[in-house]
Design a binder for this molecule. Structure first.
Ligand SMILES: Nc1ncnc2c1ncn2[C@@H]1O[C@H](COP(=O)(O)OP(=O)(O)OP(=O)(O)O)[C@@H](O)[C@H]1O
Ligand SMILES: [Mg+2]
Length: 248
């Protein structure tokens, strides 16, 4: 796996009773952009937590490439709910906190860190909000702030857990454009329920429902979803949704 970031071999994971992930073979390489789909409780968030080392596999192997071996090189945007935005911290604080993981909580942020935070804030169009506190932001703005936090360390792998939940229609286009830029320099693994929307942006799918089935194309049909044990109804915006929605 010369150019791959990690590889799972027959990996299983559990929180105690029963397996949440079972016998998974999966790898992420170079500039992959993979949509992770599956029913509620199917194990999508757990898959990301295994990659982050927050949940330990109970069987099988997870092999990291040298560049990913310390988790500094992984950016993570957690699954959030609206209640989470009620902290008395500013946009800049949150973006900067993405560097804390690599620096350790005790070390101070230096000038270079501050500069990097300003760059990321500018890259995401958040300049006018830098000193705003989180509870003043819209859902879409909050999502951009958390994306800033995930990418400030220039990771090689970006893990996004349902980033679309708060993305409003106005921001959606910008958000996926941003991801496309980022995908030039990092692999992206994005959990989403909105298969119709993401199929225009991702390169392949991973269906997770205890087992993982990899689908090496951005187009997927209801029949294939069923065959993979991913019982999700495709939202149809036309007779042939996945070709109508595909923009490139
Ligand atoms: N900390 C935990 N302790 C015990 N069980 C857990 C824990 N976290 C998740 N689970 C269980 O593991 C299974 C998979 O959960 P997970 O959160 O990975 O699913 P998911 O695919 O992300 O679901 P959703 O689409 O709702 O976010 C579920 O049955 C869930 O109840
Ligand atoms: Mg989840």
């Amino acid at each position: 796996m010369a150019t791959c970031l990690f590889e799972m071999k027959s990996l299983s994971a559990s929180y105690g009773a029963g397996l949440v992930l079972q016998d998974i073979d999966f790898r992420v390489c170079g500039n992959d952009f993979i949509g992770v789909i599956g029913p509620n409780g199917g194990g999508k968030t757990t898959l990301l937590k295994v990659i982050l080392g927050l949940v330990r596999p109970v069987a099988g192997e997870l092999i990291f490439s040298r560049e990913l071996r310390n988790s500094n090189n992984i950016g993570y945007l957690p699954q959030i709910s609206t209640g989470d935005s009620n902290y008395p911290v500013t946009v800049k604080d949150v973006v900067l906190s993405g560097l804390m993981i690599r620096k350790g909580l005790v070390s101070r942020m230096n000038k270079a860190d501050q500069k990097k935070a300003d760059e990321v804030i500018e890259e995401l169009g958040l300049e006018s909000l830098a000193e705003s506190s989180l509870n003043q932001l819209s859902g879409g703005q909050l999502q951009r702030v958390l994306l800033g936090r995930a990418i400030i360390g220039e990771p090689k792998l970006l893990l996004l857990d349902e980033p679309g939940n708060f993305v409003d229609a106005n921001f959606e286009h910008d958000f996926y454009e941003k991801l496309r830029d980022l995908n030039q320099r990092m692999a992206i693994l994005m959990v989403s329920h909105d298969i119709g929307t993401i199929s225009a942006h991702i390169k392949s799918f991973a269906c997770v429902n205890r087992h993982l089935n990899y689908h090496p194309s951005s187009e997927i049909s209801n029949e294939q979803l069923l065959a993979y044990g991913c019982p999700i109804q495709l939202i149809t915006h036309g007779a042939v949704p996945h070709t109508v929605l595909k923009t490139h």
